[in-house]
Write a protein that binds this ligand. Structure first.
Ligand code: COA
Length: 333
């Protein structure tokens, strides 16, 4: 393939309100010590009531366009599990609010792997010549689907948005996406789910009392699957690129739990120091996690131009994915 999708812009946005572990402990049976030692998370950002996923996505998208020095793109893809509404998609609204006229715009839903699935989709649009430039946004407002009484999910998730611009370029350029490895296992669909509100269990006035509209997660099983699948996907992508595992200089991991990241590092026999950590300040931001972690790593100096990088994620579905690239000279806005 002589036409590649090249990373050429990066933007992020977090809602201003910060919720610390101590804030959670003031209303739930938990503690800063428990959350830090079991997850590595210290605080997270939470959207104000009335703030929807598109609001975050527009801010991150605007910044990614600025980072890429572009006014427009040919397509907008929004990866999210918390769309503004079940129908229509969130991306057309985001495109309109960014002033992008009538460009192609659609959502991708692969839970916490959504951003990588959206990258793969954009990669395909560019490879086929359907688009020359694509804005890929991962945005989620998980606070809108968390059970206020569920200490295990409220401790983990935060709200946020991150976006990249991909442009058509050459495979040898820094920033060109390498092989994208994607996978799923629907036999585990009940390990992470929102039970009600879809066609399986529609919320109707007569049954609304029995409905469960909240995000549910079997934490222990998810933990095990996440470690295995992220490591396998990353190794597969690395092998397809022609690298050895030890060649990975920076591993941008989905920021779900610090213990998951350490277990992936140990399994791949990589130093834990090659896994930049962002979740201590933002928690698990679902589809926004990978671009937010990339931006934080660039800002801190942990991710530098030319470095051999892997991004890998795992999420509900179950879904997982990984992708390789050398980091380009791109600065987050
Ligand atoms: N504060 C205090 N106790 C908590 C707690 C919290 N925030 N959350 C859970 N607990 C409790 C549980 O209720 C349970 O109590 P019990 O033994 O009385 O029933 C106990 O801690 C142990 O629960 P368990 O689920 O076995 O703990 P864990 O060590 O597996 O940690 C998670 C829980 C959720 C942090 C962990 O399983 C995890 O991170 N899983 C992966 C989640 C994830 O990454 N999801 C997103 C994938 S994209």
């Amino acid at each position: 393939m002589d036409r590649a999708a090249v990373l050429s812009g990066l933007g992020t946005w977090l809602p201003p309100r910060v919720v610390t572990n101590d804030d959670l402990a003031s209303e739930l049976d938990t503690s800063d010590e428990w959350i830090r030692s079991r997850t590595g998370i210290g605080r997270r950002h939470v959207a104000e009531p009335g703030m929807a996923t598109s609001d975050l996505a527009v801010e991150a998208g605007r910044r990614a366009l600025k980072s890429a020095s572009l006014d427009t793109v040919d397509a907008v893809i929004v990866a999210t599990t918390t769309p503004d509404r079940p129908c229509p998609g969130t991306a057309p609204l985001v495109a309109a609010q960014l002033g992008l006229d009538t460009v192609a715009a659609f959502d991708v839903g692969a839970v916490c792997t959504g951003f990588l699935y959206a990258l793969a989709t954009a990669n395909g649009l560019i490879a086929a010549g359907t688009a020359h430039t694509v804005l890929v946004i991962g945005a989620d407002v998980y606070s809108s689907i968390l059970d206020p009484q569920d200490r295990s999910t409220r401790a983990i998730f935060g709200d946020g948005a991150g976006a990249v611009v991909l442009r058509a370029g050459a495979p040898h350029e820094a920033g060109a996406l390498g092989p994208l490895v994607l996978g799923s296992d629907g036999t585990g669909s009940e390990l992470i789910m929102v039970p009600s509100g879809g066609s399986r269990d529609p919320v109707r006035a007569a049954t609304v009392q029995q409905a469960d509209p909240y995000f549910r997660m079997a934490g222990k099983s998810v933990f095990r699957h996440a470690v295995e699948r992220m490591a396998e996907a990353a190794l597969d992508a690395v092998a397809q690129t022609g690298w050895e595992a030890g060649d990975i200089e920076v591993f941008i991991a989905h920021q779900a739990n610090l213990r998951i990241m350490h277990a992936v590092a140990d399994r791949m026999q990589l130093p834990r120091s090659r896994f930049p950590v962002h979740l201590d300040r933002v928690g698990n931001t679902a589809a926004a996690s990978i671009p937010l972690a990339m931006a934080d790593a660039v800002t801190s100096g942990a991710l530098r131009p030319g470095q051999r990088t892997v991004a890998a994620a795992f999420g509900g579905g179950l879904t997982w994915g990984a992708c390789t690239f050398r980091w380009p000279d791109v600065h987050p806005v």
